[in-house]
Design a protein around this ligand. Structure first.
Ligand SMILES: Cc1cc2nc3c(=O)[nH]c(=O)nc-3n(C[C@H](O)[C@H](O)[C@H](O)COP(=O)(O)OP(=O)(O)OC[C@H]3O[C@@H](n4cnc5c(N)ncnc54)[C@H](O)[C@@H]3O)c2cc1C
Length: 423
């Protein structure tokens, strides 16, 4: 007994400190996995916000393809639309344990109760034309979902899983969370990571925070910059974004099979059709009514049907001195055009007025590929600097052309497993 009391403080003192930079899909996962074993500190540049306010955290990046992301606790997952898709069984020899990830996040195919009438019409039209329509696996709890179509703005009822769930789990296990603080530098000396330099967003005073290990999970646009600043390799000139457009048009009242259709309030992307280089999925983009208006068509949101064309784009984007250049290559344009023509045909077959079809400008919501395995990190996801790991979308080898959260979480779990073994 006496012995136990004597040794307890010593054990606490010896707990290794892991600093995690960023709290999105990757960072929150590592925090959750390690919080019971290490002294974990999450440093996040964004604020802690309520689910319903997530849209205020968008920190989109302008370029020919507008790149979407969010800065807040939980990262870009707070504005996700809840799609949980597998796409690689393994990456660079790392087996991805999707079953575990799906159980932790709660992934299920979209149930009938959450399938809107507009989505059903698109599904029927596509099946009618011979396409193979699949239910989208979702991490949305049907019992809590109020079906207001605002997934990408933030969920007001916590029906949708976000990385905030993992952050809160980590906090319960003892992790500390510092928000509204930017990590400006990773400190590496003698080939080993020593900590980070971080600055509260509203201060000019940066301070050094010592760590035994650092996990970089600041997202694909920030992580390569921090690596390069530390003199470490990255792949900032192979950025992809899963570029997408949304094709849509007007469905006249008389064509509606069901007067309750209110597509803009449905759960987005409830089904999908997989092609070799792209997917099609029902999507109401807020830009569709604007695009229609520019063509002289005034349509209410409830009269619009749309389909997203999301492609595996070429990894030709470049991050340089903090600015991003990402365009649509000739190859990307060809795939977008092919997808758009099929999407248009499905919409017209569903009853959309052919003369009303419009498209939104290209955007990208899945930036990745900027700190690849084999370039920036080894198969342990460790950089050349011992103790410095990467665990975010930067690691992805190529554009998935599909939602990447499950894969990022699986890779982050791998990083956490390695850290548990090494330390
Ligand atoms: C509208 C939208 C809908 C989406 N829907 C889906 C979907 O349904 N399913 C899916 O699989 N994917 C979806 N995605 C993509 C998915 O959200 C991202 O791919 C994923 O969150 C990326 O994870 P990450 O860990 O790399 O980065 P993020 O989740 O973006 O996290 C990075 C974190 O690092 C923080 N950070 C950045 N720089 C610093 C710094 N210097 N210091 C401290 N903190 C820093 C950021 O604030 C952020 O919190 C969607 C994306 C968007 C934009």
């Amino acid at each position: 007994m006496f012995f136990f009391f004597l040794s307890l403080p010593v054990q606490i003192e010896m707990m290794k400190k892991v600093v995690i930079v960023g709290s999105g899909a990757g960072g929150a996962t590592v925090a959750r996995e390690l919080a019971s074993f290490f002294d974990v500190m999450i440093i996040e540049r964004g604020a802690r916000v309520e689910g319903k306010d997530a849209f205020k955290c968008y920190a989109n990046v302008p370029s020919a393809v507008k790149i979407m992301r969010a800065f807040c606790l939980g990262g870009t997952t707070v504005v996700s639309v809840g799609n949980g898709v597998r796409f690689h069984d393994e990456i660079a020899g790392i087996r991805l344990d999707y079953e575990n990830v799906e159980r932790d996040i709660g992934v299920h195919p979209l149930p009938d109760s959450l399938m809107g009438e507009g989505t059903r019409m698109i599904a029927e039209s596509a099946s009618d034309m011979g396409f193979d329509v699949e239910r989208m696996p979702k991490f949305i709890a049907a019992s809590k979902c109020i079906q207001d179509g605002r997934c990408a703005f933030g969920c007001s009822t916590s029906a949708k899983w976000t990385a905030l769930n993992f952050v809160e789990h980590a906090e319960k296990c003892g992790a500390s969370v510092i928000t509204e603080t930017v990590v400006e530098e990773i400190v590496v000396r003698g080939g080993e990571v020593k900590g980070v330099v971080a600055r509260p967003s509203h201060s000019t005073n940066a301070k050094f925070i010592e760590a035994d290990a650092v996990v970089l999970a600041a997202g694909a646009l920030e992580t390569p910059l921090l690596l390069q600043k530390a003199g470490l390799p990255a792949s900032p000139d192979s950025l992809f974004t899963d570029t997408f457009i949304t094709v849509g048009g007007v469905i006249p009242e008389r064509t509606k099979k069901d007067a309750r259709i209110n597509f803009s309030r449905e759960i987005p992307m409830g089904i999908f059709i997989q092609f070799e280089n792209f997917i099609l999925s029902p999507h109401f983009a807020r830009d569709l009514p604007n695009a229609l208006r520019r063509n002289g068509i005034n349509a209410r949101n409830s009269e619009v049907l749309g389909i997203m064309v999301k492609i595996k784009d070429e990894e030709k984007g470049v991050i340089r001195n903090g600015s991003v250049e990402k365009g649509v290559s000739a190859h990307d344009a060809e795939i977008l055009a092919e997808g758009a023509s099929i999407a248009g045909a499905i919409l017209v077959n569903a009853g959309v007025l052919p003369g009303s079809l419009v498209s939104t400008s290209p955007r990208g919501a899945h930036p990745g590929g900027t700190a690849k395995i084999g370039v920036a990190v080894d198969r342990n996801l460790e950089t050349e600097a011992s103790g410095l790991f990467v665990a975010d979308a930067s690691l992805l080898p190529e554009a998935p052309g599909a939602p990447p959260i499950l894969t990022i979480v699986a890779l982050a779990k791998h990083a956490a497993d390695v850290l548990k073994e090494l330390c």
